[in-house]
Design a protein around this ligand. Structure first.
Ligand code: TPP
Ligand code: MG
Length: 555
Protein backbone atom coordinates (compact mmCIF):
# COMPACT_ATOMS: atom_id res chain seq x y z
CA UNK A 1 0.00 0.00 0.00
CA UNK A 2 1.40 3.43 -0.90
CA UNK A 3 2.22 5.54 2.11
CA UNK A 4 2.31 9.30 2.41
CA UNK A 5 4.88 11.23 4.39
CA UNK A 6 3.68 13.68 6.99
CA UNK A 7 4.52 17.30 6.35
CA UNK A 8 4.18 18.40 10.00
CA UNK A 9 7.51 20.08 10.98
CA UNK A 10 9.30 17.69 13.31
CA UNK A 11 10.65 20.48 15.53
CA UNK A 12 7.18 21.07 17.01
CA UNK A 13 6.14 19.04 20.05
CA UNK A 14 4.39 15.89 18.80
CA UNK A 15 1.15 14.98 20.54
CA UNK A 16 -0.99 11.86 20.44
CA UNK A 17 -3.14 13.67 17.85
CA UNK A 18 -0.12 14.13 15.58
CA UNK A 19 0.83 10.50 16.11
CA UNK A 20 -2.63 9.42 14.92
CA UNK A 21 -2.42 11.38 11.68
CA UNK A 22 1.18 10.40 11.03
CA UNK A 23 0.48 6.71 11.66
CA UNK A 24 -2.53 6.80 9.33
CA UNK A 25 -0.46 8.32 6.53
CA UNK A 26 2.28 5.74 7.12
CA UNK A 27 -0.32 3.01 6.84
CA UNK A 28 -1.44 4.36 3.47
CA UNK A 29 -4.62 6.01 4.76
CA UNK A 30 -4.94 9.63 3.69
CA UNK A 31 -8.71 10.09 3.76
CA UNK A 32 -11.17 10.31 6.61
CA UNK A 33 -14.75 11.21 7.40
CA UNK A 34 -15.94 12.46 10.75
CA UNK A 35 -17.25 15.04 13.14
CA UNK A 36 -15.08 16.97 15.59
CA UNK A 37 -15.95 16.75 19.25
CA UNK A 38 -14.54 17.86 22.57
CA UNK A 39 -12.87 14.47 22.98
CA UNK A 40 -11.16 14.26 19.58
CA UNK A 41 -10.17 17.88 19.04
CA UNK A 42 -6.55 16.82 19.60
CA UNK A 43 -6.82 14.86 16.34
CA UNK A 44 -8.55 17.69 14.54
CA UNK A 45 -5.77 20.08 15.51
CA UNK A 46 -3.27 17.68 13.98
CA UNK A 47 -5.48 17.36 10.88
CA UNK A 48 -5.51 21.16 10.59
CA UNK A 49 -1.71 21.07 10.30
CA UNK A 50 -1.55 18.16 7.85
CA UNK A 51 -2.46 19.07 4.24
CA UNK A 52 -1.57 15.56 3.03
CA UNK A 53 -4.61 14.19 4.84
CA UNK A 54 -8.04 14.72 3.25
CA UNK A 55 -10.81 15.11 5.80
CA UNK A 56 -14.49 15.41 4.94
CA UNK A 57 -17.05 16.53 7.49
CA UNK A 58 -20.40 14.78 7.37
CA UNK A 59 -23.59 15.39 9.33
CA UNK A 60 -23.77 12.16 11.33
CA UNK A 61 -21.19 9.58 12.41
CA UNK A 62 -23.28 6.86 10.77
CA UNK A 63 -22.76 8.63 7.48
CA UNK A 64 -19.01 8.80 8.16
CA UNK A 65 -18.99 5.01 8.53
CA UNK A 66 -20.92 4.37 5.31
CA UNK A 67 -18.77 6.95 3.48
CA UNK A 68 -15.57 5.17 4.57
CA UNK A 69 -17.11 1.88 3.44
CA UNK A 70 -18.06 3.38 0.05
CA UNK A 71 -14.61 4.92 -0.30
CA UNK A 72 -12.94 1.51 0.13
CA UNK A 73 -15.31 -0.29 -2.22
CA UNK A 74 -14.66 2.31 -4.88
CA UNK A 75 -10.87 2.49 -4.48
CA UNK A 76 -9.63 -0.59 -2.63
CA UNK A 77 -7.98 1.78 -0.13
CA UNK A 78 -9.22 2.04 3.46
CA UNK A 79 -10.47 5.31 4.89
CA UNK A 80 -10.85 6.31 8.50
CA UNK A 81 -13.83 7.39 10.59
CA UNK A 82 -13.20 9.94 13.33
CA UNK A 83 -15.77 9.71 16.10
CA UNK A 84 -16.01 10.72 19.69
CA UNK A 85 -16.73 8.85 22.91
CA UNK A 86 -20.14 7.23 23.43
CA UNK A 87 -22.80 8.48 20.98
CA UNK A 88 -20.30 9.28 18.22
CA UNK A 89 -18.75 5.82 18.30
CA UNK A 90 -22.07 4.05 18.80
CA UNK A 91 -23.60 5.79 15.79
CA UNK A 92 -21.04 3.91 13.68
CA UNK A 93 -22.13 0.41 14.66
CA UNK A 94 -24.43 -0.24 11.67
CA UNK A 95 -21.75 0.85 9.18
CA UNK A 96 -19.27 -1.37 11.05
CA UNK A 97 -21.70 -4.28 10.69
CA UNK A 98 -22.00 -3.61 6.97
CA UNK A 99 -18.21 -3.42 6.61
CA UNK A 100 -17.63 -6.52 8.75
CA UNK A 101 -19.98 -8.72 6.76
CA UNK A 102 -18.42 -7.62 3.49
CA UNK A 103 -14.77 -7.66 4.70
CA UNK A 104 -14.48 -3.98 3.95
CA UNK A 105 -11.50 -2.43 5.74
CA UNK A 106 -12.31 0.83 7.55
CA UNK A 107 -10.61 2.18 10.66
CA UNK A 108 -12.71 3.79 13.36
CA UNK A 109 -10.54 6.11 15.44
CA UNK A 110 -12.74 6.72 18.44
CA UNK A 111 -12.06 8.28 21.75
CA UNK A 112 -12.95 7.39 25.31
CA UNK A 113 -13.15 9.47 28.48
CA UNK A 114 -9.85 10.58 30.03
CA UNK A 115 -7.62 7.92 31.58
CA UNK A 116 -8.25 9.28 35.06
CA UNK A 117 -11.99 8.58 34.92
CA UNK A 118 -11.94 5.54 32.60
CA UNK A 119 -14.15 2.76 33.98
CA UNK A 120 -15.17 4.84 37.01
CA UNK A 121 -18.90 5.36 36.23
CA UNK A 122 -18.62 8.85 37.62
CA UNK A 123 -20.84 10.73 35.20
CA UNK A 124 -18.03 11.81 32.88
CA UNK A 125 -19.24 13.40 29.64
CA UNK A 126 -20.13 10.70 27.04
CA UNK A 127 -19.10 7.96 29.50
CA UNK A 128 -20.21 4.60 28.04
CA UNK A 129 -19.95 1.32 29.90
CA UNK A 130 -17.64 -1.15 28.13
CA UNK A 131 -17.47 0.84 24.94
CA UNK A 132 -14.62 -1.29 23.55
CA UNK A 133 -16.54 -4.50 24.25
CA UNK A 134 -19.72 -3.17 22.62
CA UNK A 135 -17.87 -2.42 19.41
CA UNK A 136 -15.32 -5.27 19.32
CA UNK A 137 -17.68 -7.95 17.85
CA UNK A 138 -18.28 -5.70 14.84
CA UNK A 139 -14.59 -5.51 14.00
CA UNK A 140 -11.65 -7.71 13.04
CA UNK A 141 -9.46 -5.75 15.44
CA UNK A 142 -10.29 -3.56 18.44
CA UNK A 143 -7.80 -2.21 20.90
CA UNK A 144 -7.51 0.55 23.47
CA UNK A 145 -4.41 2.70 23.35
CA UNK A 146 -2.79 2.85 26.79
CA UNK A 147 -0.13 5.48 26.06
CA UNK A 148 0.54 8.03 23.30
CA UNK A 149 3.64 6.05 22.34
CA UNK A 150 1.50 3.01 21.48
CA UNK A 151 -0.64 4.86 18.92
CA UNK A 152 1.55 4.15 15.87
CA UNK A 153 1.71 0.38 16.39
CA UNK A 154 -1.97 0.00 17.12
CA UNK A 155 -3.01 2.07 14.11
CA UNK A 156 -0.69 0.06 11.84
CA UNK A 157 -2.31 -3.15 13.06
CA UNK A 158 -5.80 -1.70 12.65
CA UNK A 159 -5.03 -0.60 9.10
CA UNK A 160 -4.01 -4.11 8.09
CA UNK A 161 -6.83 -5.98 9.86
CA UNK A 162 -8.56 -6.98 6.62
CA UNK A 163 -11.90 -5.62 7.80
CA UNK A 164 -13.25 -2.94 10.11
CA UNK A 165 -11.03 -2.00 13.03
CA UNK A 166 -11.54 0.12 16.12
CA UNK A 167 -8.78 2.10 17.82
CA UNK A 168 -10.01 3.55 21.09
CA UNK A 169 -7.94 6.42 22.47
CA UNK A 170 -8.68 8.04 25.85
CA UNK A 171 -9.09 11.75 25.12
CA UNK A 172 -6.20 12.95 27.29
CA UNK A 173 -3.69 10.90 25.29
CA UNK A 174 -4.44 12.92 22.16
CA UNK A 175 -3.02 16.08 23.67
CA UNK A 176 -0.26 14.35 25.66
CA UNK A 177 3.32 14.49 24.33
CA UNK A 178 4.61 11.55 22.36
CA UNK A 179 8.08 10.04 22.11
CA UNK A 180 9.09 10.75 18.51
CA UNK A 181 10.96 7.45 18.00
CA UNK A 182 7.93 5.41 19.02
CA UNK A 183 5.73 6.87 16.28
CA UNK A 184 7.92 5.34 13.58
CA UNK A 185 7.65 1.72 14.70
CA UNK A 186 4.38 0.65 13.01
CA UNK A 187 4.00 -3.13 12.82
CA UNK A 188 1.40 -4.75 10.60
CA UNK A 189 -0.76 -7.80 11.12
CA UNK A 190 0.57 -10.75 9.14
CA UNK A 191 -1.44 -11.61 6.05
CA UNK A 192 -2.82 -15.14 5.86
CA UNK A 193 -0.40 -17.74 4.52
CA UNK A 194 -0.87 -19.18 1.03
CA UNK A 195 -2.50 -22.51 0.22
CA UNK A 196 -0.05 -25.45 0.24
CA UNK A 197 1.24 -26.63 -3.16
CA UNK A 198 -0.51 -30.05 -2.83
CA UNK A 199 -3.87 -28.30 -2.60
CA UNK A 200 -3.19 -26.38 -5.79
CA UNK A 201 -2.22 -29.62 -7.53
CA UNK A 202 -5.43 -31.22 -6.23
CA UNK A 203 -7.53 -28.26 -7.44
CA UNK A 204 -5.81 -28.32 -10.84
CA UNK A 205 -6.57 -32.06 -11.13
CA UNK A 206 -10.24 -31.51 -10.28
CA UNK A 207 -10.44 -28.77 -12.88
CA UNK A 208 -8.78 -31.00 -15.48
CA UNK A 209 -11.26 -33.82 -14.74
CA UNK A 210 -14.44 -31.73 -14.77
CA UNK A 211 -16.51 -31.31 -17.89
CA UNK A 212 -18.66 -28.29 -17.11
CA UNK A 213 -16.89 -25.67 -14.98
CA UNK A 214 -18.55 -22.48 -13.72
CA UNK A 215 -16.96 -19.57 -11.88
CA UNK A 216 -18.65 -17.33 -9.30
CA UNK A 217 -16.75 -14.15 -8.41
CA UNK A 218 -17.50 -12.21 -5.23
CA UNK A 219 -16.47 -8.89 -3.77
CA UNK A 220 -12.96 -10.07 -2.90
CA UNK A 221 -12.44 -10.73 -6.61
CA UNK A 222 -12.67 -6.99 -7.32
CA UNK A 223 -9.25 -6.14 -5.89
CA UNK A 224 -6.21 -5.22 -7.97
CA UNK A 225 -5.55 -7.54 -10.90
CA UNK A 226 -7.95 -10.26 -9.73
CA UNK A 227 -10.70 -9.39 -12.25
CA UNK A 228 -8.17 -9.84 -15.08
CA UNK A 229 -6.92 -13.11 -13.59
CA UNK A 230 -10.48 -14.43 -13.18
CA UNK A 231 -11.21 -13.48 -16.77
CA UNK A 232 -8.02 -15.26 -17.83
CA UNK A 233 -9.03 -18.44 -16.01
CA UNK A 234 -12.55 -18.23 -17.43
CA UNK A 235 -11.28 -17.77 -20.98
CA UNK A 236 -8.87 -20.70 -20.71
CA UNK A 237 -11.64 -22.95 -19.40
CA UNK A 238 -14.33 -21.33 -21.54
CA UNK A 239 -16.34 -21.27 -18.32
CA UNK A 240 -19.36 -19.05 -17.73
CA UNK A 241 -18.76 -16.48 -14.98
CA UNK A 242 -21.42 -15.45 -12.46
CA UNK A 243 -20.99 -12.90 -9.71
CA UNK A 244 -22.54 -12.30 -6.33
CA UNK A 245 -24.31 -8.96 -5.84
CA UNK A 246 -21.27 -7.37 -4.25
CA UNK A 247 -19.00 -8.99 -6.83
CA UNK A 248 -20.83 -7.37 -9.76
CA UNK A 249 -18.18 -5.85 -12.03
CA UNK A 250 -15.59 -8.57 -11.37
CA UNK A 251 -16.23 -9.43 -15.02
CA UNK A 252 -17.68 -6.92 -17.46
CA UNK A 253 -21.30 -7.82 -18.09
CA UNK A 254 -20.72 -7.51 -21.83
CA UNK A 255 -17.90 -10.08 -21.80
CA UNK A 256 -18.98 -13.15 -23.83
CA UNK A 257 -18.60 -15.43 -20.78
CA UNK A 258 -20.43 -13.15 -18.31
CA UNK A 259 -23.60 -14.76 -16.99
CA UNK A 260 -24.63 -11.97 -14.60
CA UNK A 261 -25.56 -12.04 -10.95
CA UNK A 262 -26.62 -15.12 -9.00
CA UNK A 263 -29.38 -13.24 -7.13
CA UNK A 264 -31.75 -13.67 -10.08
CA UNK A 265 -31.77 -17.46 -9.61
CA UNK A 266 -33.80 -19.05 -12.50
CA UNK A 267 -31.32 -19.33 -15.34
CA UNK A 268 -28.51 -19.26 -12.77
CA UNK A 269 -29.89 -22.33 -11.05
CA UNK A 270 -30.24 -24.15 -14.37
CA UNK A 271 -26.61 -23.42 -15.18
CA UNK A 272 -25.37 -24.54 -11.77
CA UNK A 273 -27.42 -27.74 -11.95
CA UNK A 274 -25.85 -28.58 -15.29
CA UNK A 275 -22.33 -27.78 -14.11
CA UNK A 276 -20.11 -30.35 -12.40
CA UNK A 277 -17.56 -27.97 -10.85
CA UNK A 278 -17.86 -24.54 -9.28
CA UNK A 279 -14.80 -22.38 -8.70
CA UNK A 280 -15.84 -19.59 -6.34
CA UNK A 281 -13.44 -16.69 -6.02
CA UNK A 282 -13.71 -14.37 -3.02
CA UNK A 283 -17.44 -14.97 -2.86
CA UNK A 284 -19.78 -15.07 0.11
CA UNK A 285 -23.07 -16.90 -0.45
CA UNK A 286 -25.62 -14.70 1.31
CA UNK A 287 -29.28 -15.44 1.98
CA UNK A 288 -30.30 -12.65 -0.40
CA UNK A 289 -28.16 -13.90 -3.27
CA UNK A 290 -29.01 -17.58 -2.90
CA UNK A 291 -32.81 -17.44 -2.72
CA UNK A 292 -32.80 -17.84 1.04
CA UNK A 293 -30.04 -20.45 0.82
CA UNK A 294 -32.02 -22.62 -1.59
CA UNK A 295 -29.53 -22.32 -4.47
CA UNK A 296 -28.08 -25.72 -5.39
CA UNK A 297 -24.39 -25.75 -6.21
CA UNK A 298 -22.54 -28.31 -8.35
CA UNK A 299 -21.19 -31.46 -6.65
CA UNK A 300 -17.63 -30.12 -6.61
CA UNK A 301 -16.86 -26.66 -5.28
CA UNK A 302 -13.35 -25.23 -5.14
CA UNK A 303 -13.37 -22.12 -3.01
CA UNK A 304 -10.58 -19.58 -3.46
CA UNK A 305 -10.39 -16.88 -0.82
CA UNK A 306 -7.82 -14.90 1.05
CA UNK A 307 -8.79 -15.39 4.63
CA UNK A 308 -10.48 -17.91 6.83
CA UNK A 309 -12.92 -15.17 7.95
CA UNK A 310 -14.32 -14.99 4.46
CA UNK A 311 -14.88 -18.65 3.95
CA UNK A 312 -17.62 -19.57 6.46
CA UNK A 313 -20.94 -20.25 4.77
CA UNK A 314 -23.87 -22.61 4.41
CA UNK A 315 -22.30 -23.65 1.11
CA UNK A 316 -19.16 -25.48 2.23
CA UNK A 317 -16.58 -26.11 -0.48
CA UNK A 318 -15.27 -29.55 -1.32
CA UNK A 319 -11.80 -27.99 -1.56
CA UNK A 320 -10.73 -24.71 0.03
CA UNK A 321 -7.71 -22.70 -1.18
CA UNK A 322 -6.82 -19.87 1.16
CA UNK A 323 -4.15 -17.32 0.35
CA UNK A 324 -3.43 -14.52 -2.08
CA UNK A 325 -6.41 -14.75 -4.44
CA UNK A 326 -4.66 -13.31 -7.45
CA UNK A 327 -1.74 -15.71 -7.34
CA UNK A 328 -4.01 -18.68 -6.61
CA UNK A 329 -6.24 -17.90 -9.59
CA UNK A 330 -3.18 -17.35 -11.80
CA UNK A 331 -1.75 -20.74 -10.70
CA UNK A 332 -5.04 -22.47 -11.49
CA UNK A 333 -5.14 -20.76 -14.90
CA UNK A 334 -1.52 -21.72 -15.64
CA UNK A 335 -2.27 -25.36 -14.83
CA UNK A 336 -5.46 -25.45 -16.91
CA UNK A 337 -5.64 -26.63 -20.52
CA UNK A 338 -7.69 -24.56 -22.97
CA UNK A 339 -11.05 -26.15 -23.70
CA UNK A 340 -14.11 -25.56 -25.78
CA UNK A 341 -17.23 -24.03 -24.39
CA UNK A 342 -19.89 -26.30 -22.87
CA UNK A 343 -22.58 -23.67 -22.34
CA UNK A 344 -24.08 -21.20 -24.81
CA UNK A 345 -23.95 -18.02 -22.74
CA UNK A 346 -25.15 -15.72 -25.53
CA UNK A 347 -28.30 -17.72 -26.26
CA UNK A 348 -29.16 -18.22 -22.59
CA UNK A 349 -28.81 -14.53 -21.88
CA UNK A 350 -30.75 -13.48 -24.98
CA UNK A 351 -33.64 -15.78 -24.06
CA UNK A 352 -33.65 -14.40 -20.55
CA UNK A 353 -33.62 -10.83 -21.82
CA UNK A 354 -36.65 -11.52 -24.01
CA UNK A 355 -38.48 -13.09 -21.06
CA UNK A 356 -37.71 -10.21 -18.67
CA UNK A 357 -38.54 -7.53 -21.25
CA UNK A 358 -41.81 -9.36 -21.86
CA UNK A 359 -42.81 -8.79 -18.24
CA UNK A 360 -43.18 -5.10 -19.14
CA UNK A 361 -41.92 -3.80 -15.85
CA UNK A 362 -41.03 -0.15 -15.37
CA UNK A 363 -38.19 -1.12 -13.03
CA UNK A 364 -36.35 -3.04 -15.73
CA UNK A 365 -36.99 -0.37 -18.36
CA UNK A 366 -35.75 2.36 -16.01
CA UNK A 367 -32.56 0.46 -15.23
CA UNK A 368 -31.85 -0.07 -18.92
CA UNK A 369 -32.46 3.66 -19.55
CA UNK A 370 -30.04 4.43 -16.77
CA UNK A 371 -27.43 2.00 -18.08
CA UNK A 372 -27.58 3.59 -21.52
CA UNK A 373 -27.29 7.09 -20.08
CA UNK A 374 -24.36 6.24 -17.79
CA UNK A 375 -20.81 5.76 -19.00
CA UNK A 376 -19.02 2.45 -18.43
CA UNK A 377 -17.15 3.65 -15.40
CA UNK A 378 -19.88 5.69 -13.69
CA UNK A 379 -20.64 4.20 -10.30
CA UNK A 380 -24.06 3.00 -9.08
CA UNK A 381 -24.61 3.00 -5.33
CA UNK A 382 -27.63 1.18 -3.96
CA UNK A 383 -29.94 1.40 -0.99
CA UNK A 384 -32.57 -1.26 -0.18
CA UNK A 385 -35.66 -0.62 -2.27
CA UNK A 386 -37.59 -2.41 -4.98
CA UNK A 387 -35.53 -0.80 -7.76
CA UNK A 388 -32.32 -1.86 -6.00
CA UNK A 389 -33.42 -5.51 -5.93
CA UNK A 390 -33.97 -5.29 -9.67
CA UNK A 391 -30.54 -3.67 -10.01
CA UNK A 392 -28.85 -6.51 -8.13
CA UNK A 393 -30.43 -9.02 -10.46
CA UNK A 394 -30.37 -7.23 -13.80
CA UNK A 395 -28.29 -4.01 -13.89
CA UNK A 396 -25.30 -4.67 -16.18
CA UNK A 397 -22.05 -3.63 -14.50
CA UNK A 398 -19.14 -3.03 -16.83
CA UNK A 399 -16.16 -2.19 -14.63
CA UNK A 400 -14.89 -3.40 -11.24
CA UNK A 401 -15.80 -1.22 -8.24
CA UNK A 402 -18.67 0.54 -9.99
CA UNK A 403 -21.57 -1.13 -8.16
CA UNK A 404 -21.96 -0.72 -4.41
CA UNK A 405 -24.70 -2.52 -2.49
CA UNK A 406 -25.25 -3.03 1.27
CA UNK A 407 -25.14 -6.80 1.11
CA UNK A 408 -23.51 -7.12 4.53
CA UNK A 409 -26.28 -5.72 6.67
CA UNK A 410 -29.14 -5.11 4.24
CA UNK A 411 -29.55 -1.77 5.96
CA UNK A 412 -31.59 1.18 4.78
CA UNK A 413 -29.76 4.50 4.52
CA UNK A 414 -26.53 3.19 3.00
CA UNK A 415 -26.73 4.64 -0.49
CA UNK A 416 -26.34 8.39 -0.05
CA UNK A 417 -23.44 8.40 2.43
CA UNK A 418 -21.67 5.54 0.62
CA UNK A 419 -22.08 7.50 -2.61
CA UNK A 420 -20.46 10.45 -0.87
CA UNK A 421 -17.51 8.25 0.10
CA UNK A 422 -17.18 7.02 -3.47
CA UNK A 423 -17.41 10.57 -4.82
CA UNK A 424 -14.71 11.82 -2.44
CA UNK A 425 -12.38 9.11 -3.74
CA UNK A 426 -12.09 10.60 -7.18
CA UNK A 427 -12.96 14.24 -7.87
CA UNK A 428 -15.34 14.58 -10.77
CA UNK A 429 -16.34 10.91 -11.05
CA UNK A 430 -20.09 10.69 -11.53
CA UNK A 431 -21.85 8.62 -8.91
CA UNK A 432 -25.46 7.58 -9.37
CA UNK A 433 -27.38 6.64 -6.29
CA UNK A 434 -30.76 4.86 -6.07
CA UNK A 435 -32.89 4.87 -2.92
CA UNK A 436 -36.54 4.51 -2.05
CA UNK A 437 -38.44 7.19 -0.15
CA UNK A 438 -38.15 5.12 3.04
CA UNK A 439 -34.44 4.37 2.84
CA UNK A 440 -33.52 7.86 1.64
CA UNK A 441 -34.96 9.39 4.80
CA UNK A 442 -32.57 7.39 7.01
CA UNK A 443 -29.66 9.56 5.89
CA UNK A 444 -31.21 12.39 3.85
CA UNK A 445 -29.37 14.90 6.04
CA UNK A 446 -26.29 14.04 3.97
CA UNK A 447 -27.73 16.27 1.24
CA UNK A 448 -25.92 18.92 3.29
CA UNK A 449 -22.56 17.17 2.70
CA UNK A 450 -23.34 16.87 -1.01
CA UNK A 451 -24.05 20.57 -1.26
CA UNK A 452 -21.10 21.50 0.98
CA UNK A 453 -18.55 19.82 -1.31
CA UNK A 454 -20.61 20.03 -4.54
CA UNK A 455 -20.06 16.31 -5.12
CA UNK A 456 -21.37 14.97 -8.45
CA UNK A 457 -23.76 12.50 -6.84
CA UNK A 458 -26.96 12.01 -8.84
CA UNK A 459 -29.63 10.77 -6.53
CA UNK A 460 -32.73 8.96 -7.80
CA UNK A 461 -35.40 8.76 -5.11
CA UNK A 462 -38.14 6.33 -6.06
CA UNK A 463 -41.18 7.62 -4.20
CA UNK A 464 -44.13 5.29 -3.73
CA UNK A 465 -45.02 6.87 -0.38
CA UNK A 466 -44.48 3.50 1.22
CA UNK A 467 -42.15 0.87 2.54
CA UNK A 468 -43.19 -0.77 -0.71
CA UNK A 469 -41.36 -4.08 -0.51
CA UNK A 470 -42.66 -4.70 3.00
CA UNK A 471 -46.21 -4.02 1.82
CA UNK A 472 -45.71 -6.62 -0.92
CA UNK A 473 -44.36 -9.17 1.58
CA UNK A 474 -47.23 -8.53 3.99
CA UNK A 475 -49.87 -8.88 1.29
CA UNK A 476 -48.30 -12.05 -0.05
CA UNK A 477 -48.04 -13.66 3.39
CA UNK A 478 -51.06 -12.28 5.27
CA UNK A 479 -53.33 -10.83 2.59
CA UNK A 480 -53.07 -7.33 4.07
CA UNK A 481 -50.50 -4.65 4.60
CA UNK A 482 -50.03 -2.68 7.80
CA UNK A 483 -48.00 0.41 8.75
CA UNK A 484 -46.23 0.72 5.44
CA UNK A 485 -47.80 3.92 4.09
CA UNK A 486 -45.64 7.02 4.45
CA UNK A 487 -46.51 10.70 4.50
CA UNK A 488 -43.45 12.21 2.94
CA UNK A 489 -42.06 15.70 2.66
CA UNK A 490 -41.73 17.32 -0.75
CA UNK A 491 -38.36 15.78 -1.65
CA UNK A 492 -37.59 18.38 -4.31
CA UNK A 493 -38.11 21.25 -1.89
CA UNK A 494 -36.13 19.38 0.75
CA UNK A 495 -33.18 18.98 -1.63
CA UNK A 496 -33.42 22.58 -2.77
CA UNK A 497 -33.43 23.76 0.83
CA UNK A 498 -30.05 22.05 1.21
CA UNK A 499 -28.83 23.67 -2.01
CA UNK A 500 -29.15 20.56 -4.18
CA UNK A 501 -30.99 21.11 -7.49
CA UNK A 502 -34.00 18.82 -7.85
CA UNK A 503 -36.61 17.73 -10.35
CA UNK A 504 -39.54 15.35 -10.42
CA UNK A 505 -40.80 12.76 -12.89
CA UNK A 506 -44.32 11.47 -12.43
CA UNK A 507 -44.13 8.63 -14.92
CA UNK A 508 -41.66 6.56 -16.92
CA UNK A 509 -41.86 8.88 -19.92
CA UNK A 510 -41.01 11.82 -17.66
CA UNK A 511 -38.09 9.88 -16.24
CA UNK A 512 -36.80 9.14 -19.70
CA UNK A 513 -37.11 12.77 -20.67
CA UNK A 514 -35.36 14.09 -17.54
CA UNK A 515 -32.62 11.52 -17.12
CA UNK A 516 -29.90 13.15 -19.22
CA UNK A 517 -30.37 16.65 -17.78
CA UNK A 518 -30.23 15.14 -14.27
CA UNK A 519 -27.09 13.12 -15.01
CA UNK A 520 -25.30 15.81 -16.98
CA UNK A 521 -25.82 18.78 -14.69
CA UNK A 522 -22.66 19.69 -12.76
CA UNK A 523 -22.51 18.90 -9.03
CA UNK A 524 -25.19 17.09 -7.06
CA UNK A 525 -28.75 16.62 -8.31
CA UNK A 526 -31.83 14.84 -7.04
CA UNK A 527 -34.48 13.33 -9.29
CA UNK A 528 -37.65 12.15 -7.62
CA UNK A 529 -39.54 9.47 -9.53
CA UNK A 530 -43.13 9.12 -8.33
CA UNK A 531 -44.22 5.62 -9.15
CA UNK A 532 -45.27 2.31 -7.65
CA UNK A 533 -42.96 -0.49 -8.71
CA UNK A 534 -43.51 -4.19 -8.48
CA UNK A 535 -40.97 -6.37 -6.74
CA UNK A 536 -39.07 -8.77 -9.02
CA UNK A 537 -40.56 -11.67 -7.06
CA UNK A 538 -44.11 -10.34 -7.58
CA UNK A 539 -43.95 -10.52 -11.36
CA UNK A 540 -41.85 -13.66 -11.73
CA UNK A 541 -38.63 -11.91 -12.74
CA UNK A 542 -37.11 -13.85 -9.86
CA UNK A 543 -38.83 -16.96 -8.55
CA UNK A 544 -39.51 -16.40 -4.89
CA UNK A 545 -38.22 -19.08 -2.57
CA UNK A 546 -40.79 -19.90 0.06
CA UNK A 547 -38.79 -20.96 3.06
CA UNK A 548 -35.38 -21.16 4.58
CA UNK A 549 -33.96 -24.51 3.53
CA UNK A 550 -32.40 -26.59 6.27
CA UNK A 551 -28.65 -26.80 5.79
CA UNK A 552 -28.78 -30.59 5.28
CA UNK A 553 -30.80 -30.21 2.12
CA UNK A 554 -28.29 -28.00 0.34
CA UNK A 555 -26.58 -30.78 -1.57
C1 TPP B 1 -32.41 -0.48 9.15
C2 TPP B 1 -33.46 -1.24 8.43
N1 TPP B 1 -34.73 -1.24 8.92
C3 TPP B 1 -35.68 -1.93 8.27
C4 TPP B 1 -35.40 -2.63 7.14
C5 TPP B 1 -36.48 -3.45 6.44
N2 TPP B 1 -36.79 -2.90 5.13
C6 TPP B 1 -36.22 -3.39 4.00
S1 TPP B 1 -36.73 -2.63 2.63
C7 TPP B 1 -37.79 -1.67 3.52
C8 TPP B 1 -38.67 -0.68 2.82
C9 TPP B 1 -37.89 0.43 2.23
O1 TPP B 1 -38.76 1.40 1.73
P1 TPP B 1 -38.30 2.28 0.54
O2 TPP B 1 -36.91 2.74 0.74
O3 TPP B 1 -39.32 3.32 0.33
O4 TPP B 1 -38.24 1.27 -0.69
P2 TPP B 1 -39.48 0.51 -1.38
O5 TPP B 1 -39.57 -0.82 -0.72
O6 TPP B 1 -40.71 1.34 -1.18
O7 TPP B 1 -39.11 0.39 -2.81
C10 TPP B 1 -37.71 -1.92 4.88
C11 TPP B 1 -38.49 -1.22 5.93
C12 TPP B 1 -34.06 -2.62 6.69
N3 TPP B 1 -33.67 -3.28 5.62
N4 TPP B 1 -33.13 -1.89 7.34
MG1 MG C 1 -40.92 3.37 -0.96
Amino acid sequence: MATTTSTIPKTAQQTGGHAVVEALLKSGIDTGFGIPSIHNIGIYDALRQEPAFHHWIVRHEQAAGFAADGYYRRTGRPAVVFASTGPGNLFTVVPLLESLQTNTPVVLIGTNVATLVLGKSCGALHETPQQLEIIRPLTRFAERVASPDAIADIIAQAASAGGPAFVEIPTDLLIAPVNDAATTAGKRLEPSSGAPAEQIVQAAAQIAECKKPVIIAGSSALAGDIPKSVQGLAETLNAPVLTTTSGKGAIADDHPLAMGCISRLGIVQQLLLESDLLISVGAKFTEFDTGRFTLKLPQQHIQVDHHQHHAGSLFPPTLKLLGDIDSLVKKLAAAAKPRVSWFDVATAREQEKIRIKGLNQESYTALMLLRRAMSRDDVLVNDQSILNYWASAFFPVLEPRTFLYPTGSGTLGYALPAAIGAACAEPGRRIVCIAGDGGFQYTSHELATLAHYQLPVKLLVVNDNAYGIIGFLQRSMFGHSHEVDLKNPDFCRLAEAYGVPADRATDLAGLEQKISRWLESPGPALLEWKTVLKAPWEVGAIIRPTNLMPVKEQR
